[in-house]
Design a protein around this ligand. Structure first.
Ligand SMILES: [Zn+2]
Length: 170
């Protein structure tokens, strides 16, 4: 919600994710992003964030897909921006599990980036009464992503939604 407010798109269903990516160097002078050719990355890697060097690398097909409104590609970019903001800007600890000890789900950077991307592209306060299909079309996300976020919202039903703080228990 803070990111949406900063960009003055608090009530836009369709979040301008590519525009945010392109604006990021203005907000964070160390940050840059790089478009790499598809054959430079393994087939299952669509993009990645190098937190050490402040760079997000994105496959050309993913970047172009996001520019053309492809939901999955838009979510990929939101996910990487999530990694960057949470670790490099907000300073979340980069938890990795090198030992046998288990880390909490919320400490997992992948879980954190997933939540960030879902919340950013599918604003809870605007989609309360929509179906997953409507969410997919209007927010520019894939149907599976819309369904996942939709069921999370259902799980939070009964809680009051507060734009300042997110969900709060009654
Ligand atoms: Zn990730």
């Amino acid at each position: 919600m803070k990111v949406r407010r900063e960009l003055n798109v608090e009530n836009n269903l369709y979040f301008p994710i590519v525009e945010l990516l392109e604006l990021m160097p203005e907000f964070f002078p160390k940050f840059h992003f790089k478009i790499v050719e598809d054959d430079e990355l393994p087939p299952d890697v669509h993009a990645y964030t190098d937190v050490q060097n402040n760079v997000i690398c994105i496959k050309r097909s993913v970047y172009e897909g996001a520019c053309n409104g492809n939901g999955r590609d838009r979510m990929t970019i939101a996910h990487e921006i999530g990694h960057y903001l949470l670790i490099c800007v907000i300073g979340f600890k980069f938890q990795r599990n090198f030992s046998d000890s288990t880390i909490q789900k919320y400490q997992d950077p992948e879980w954190q980036a997933k939540c960030f991307a879902g919340e950013l592209l599918i604003p809870a306060h605007l989609v309360q009464k929509m179906t997953p299909r409507e969410i997919a079309v209007l927010c520019g996300v894939s149907l599976p992503a819309a369904e996942t976020q939709w069921s999370k919202l259902r799980a939070n039903k009964g809680r009051r939604y507060n734009v300042q703080n997110g969900f709060i228990t009654p």
